[in-house]
Write a protein that binds this ligand. Sequence first.
Ligand code: C5P
Length: 300
Amino acid sequence: MSVTVRVPAKVNVQLAVGAARPDGFHDLANVFLAVGLYDEITVTPTDELRVTCDGPDADQVPLDRTNLAARAAVALAERYGRSPDVHLHIAKDIPVAGGMAGGSADGAGALVACDALWGTGASREELLEICAELGSDVPFSLVGGAALGIGRGERLTPLEVGGTFHWVFAMAGRGLSTPAVFREFDRLGEGTDIPEPVASGELLAALAKGDPDALAAAVSNDLQPAALSLFPELAGTLAAGRAAGALTALVSGSGPTTAFLVRDPESAAAVAQALLASGTCRTVRTASGPAPGATVAAAG
Ligand code: C5P
């Protein structure tokens, strides 16, 4: 018996960041869009918790109990008074430390897979609560689609999306640590008045309409200056994508993956090719969104 769950990556079409809170986290208005790049997590009963991983970035994935997939299995097992004796295998296609919620996807995927394997009967609310304990972006990996996240980003409201948005993603030669990017955000903002984060009405309307030009005009990422400050070469990648005809270019979440919104799959292919030829990134991927959240792909 094993269960396989497929979980999408995300891009933040808006990431509004408030001042640091007393607990060190930041209040956010985080508009997530799930895109069709997926990790697959397969869970199989065994005598001891074990994590394995394959895929292009597999060597950068921790295989101990710090892995969010392992932490998810342990959290669910604890809640239901059983031992987390499973083998978790991650088929990793989402870039690691890229700002696309790859680790969060593995946490949500392991949770849904263990839940199905063990037949806990946990409600969706319970699963979302465990997700929020695992990390700010994990609840969104469970639900997918598009959503506004407030608080740390974990309190979600699903959003209407009136069409398919096409994207190109450029992966950088190294990762960026999310806490380090938030610290740089704090450093750059020292002595300034940081406004309360709020979702943009124009952006939500553009999503609801499925209008890529309107979305391109409305995207924003308050972490982008911090990511660029720690990784200045990303400015060259953003410029190369814009020059190649992307409707807009932005850093995805805390980066360093950069995201390029394009009009259709043909322009996605052209922008992807131009980005690769520019020599400003390690690799490129195309994907569209919204994509469904964590879904059982196989069981038996
Ligand atoms: O919640 P998660 O563990 O994914 O967050 C990783 C790190 O990102 C936190 O330790 C914190 O430094 C930063 N963070 C933040 N404010 C948020 C979400 C994350 O400062 N709302």
